[in-house]
Design a protein around this ligand. Structure first.
Ligand code: FES
Length: 168
């Protein structure tokens, strides 16, 4: 008769404990390379900040009525269709950077934060020039051009001298 080897409860516990520690050790060893790989990837990938393009397509000139002031809040610009042509002003107040608003009833651009006011369509004044308030500078004129498709393109990164209109 063959003699069967019996495993005692003490041996079973010992085996389970050994298996547990082996798995724990292997798990620990696999975490280190994963962490190294993650840090290496972060180190090697370019540290680039992707910003939206400063150039805004403002659409077709015919969409803007004569003597109209249209704000694009997302882009922070005004598209203004004056008798002399099109131009664009930054809508960001030069005081502390609040978004200004066109006040058609007053015919001016006003800042809601500290009350700066700017000319927009007054034929005797330069658009963007400050009327009153703490703003230290006028609203800057931005470069406007026409695309090959005939769209108005505003480059928010390029400030220009005032009174340069785009005639369509
Ligand atoms: S931010 Fe416009 S007046 Fe202060």
């Amino acid at each position: 008769m063959s003699e069967e080897k019996r495993i005692t409860p003490a041996e079973t516990t010992d085996f389970n404990r050994r298996a547990f520690f082996v798995k724990l050790g292997l798990g620990s060893l696999s975490i280190a390379p994963a962490g190294t790989a993650a840090f290496s990837y972060q180190f090697l990938s370019p540290n680039v900040l992707y910003e939206p393009s400063p150039i805004v397509n403002a659409g077709k000139p015919e969409d803007y009525a004569l003597n109209s002031v249209t704000i694009d809040v997302n882009a922070g610009i005004y598209i203004i269709h004056a008798a002399e042509g099109f131009f664009s002003l930054s809508a960001v107040c030069t005081h502390l950077g609040c978004m200004t608003a066109w006040k058609p009833e007053l015919g001016i651009i006003a800042c809601p934060c500290h009350g700066s006011k700017f000319y927009a369509l007054d034929p005797k004044k330069t658009p963007g020039e400050k009327i009153e308030g703490p703003a230290p500078r006028p609203l800057p004129w931005l470069q406007v051009s026409l695309s090959d498709e005939g769209d108005l393109m505003v480059d928010r990164s390029k400030q220009i001298e005032p009174m340069k209109f785009v005639r369509v």
